[in-house]
Design a protein around this ligand. Structure first.
Ligand SMILES: [Zn+2]
Length: 110
């Protein structure tokens, strides 16, 4: 599991690196006409959104690796019960068991 998370993190960081390179390319001053600038800005927004998601995921994975070191990995943050293995397999950086995650979701959406 630890190895899988490390691989996933490396993957995400690779993609983030890629997105940042793309952004630098789209800032190319040669694309100076108005129409191009508008599409460059739009593209930047999409890339920003992607990068934000990737960064959040990278954060979550780093936190999961930290919890593995602490020995708290796989324990629900809310109720302290072990998180089901099939949930961890699907979402290796899950911090809550299914019932607690469902409750947290419901609280967020009144
Ligand atoms: Zn729980």
């Amino acid at each position: 599991m630890h190895q899988r998370l490390l691989e996933r993190l490396a993957q995400i960081e690779g993609r983030l690196h890629h997105v940042e390179q793309d952004r630098r390319r789209t800032r190319n001053p040669l694309a100076a006409d108005w129409q191009d600038q508008a599409s460059v800005r739009q593209n930047d927004e999409v890339l920003d959104e992607l990068a934000t998601e990737e960064r959040q995921q990278a954060e979550a994975i780093r936190a999961a690796l930290q919890r593995m070191d602490d020995g708290t990995y796989g324990t629900c943050l809310s109720c302290g019960e072990p998180i089901a293995l099939n949930r961890l397999a699907a979402l290796p950086y899950a911090v809550r068991c299914v019932p607690c995650a469902t409750q947290a979701e419901q609280r967020r959406q009144p």
